[in-house]
Design a binder for this molecule. Structure first.
Ligand SMILES: [Zn+2]
Length: 74
């Protein structure tokens, strides 16, 4: 029964980490003034981007200190 508990714990951890860090891609402007990430390349927040737009995993954007865009992430 002990192994069963460990297996359940592992499944729980895997499920939780999957939910808290969804593996989806977001869009960031590579310009130095950009601080947000976007869910769509058509977001108005990206219109002002003077540099190029790059698709990255959401977790990568967060790790780089980007926050969700007010226009398209809520
Ligand atoms: Zn946006």
């Amino acid at each position: 029964m002990r192994i069963m508990k460990i297996v359940l714990a592992v499944i729980f951890i895997l499920t939780t980490s999957f939910v808290s860090a969804p593996d989806r891609n977001v869009y960031i402007c590579t310009g130095p003034k950009s601080v947000a990430y976007h869910l769509s390349t058509r977001c108005r927040g990206l219109d002002r981007c003077s540099a190029s737009i790059k698709m990255v995993p959401q977790q990568y954007a967060i790790d780089k200190g980007r926050r969700g865009c007010k226009l398209c992430t809520r």
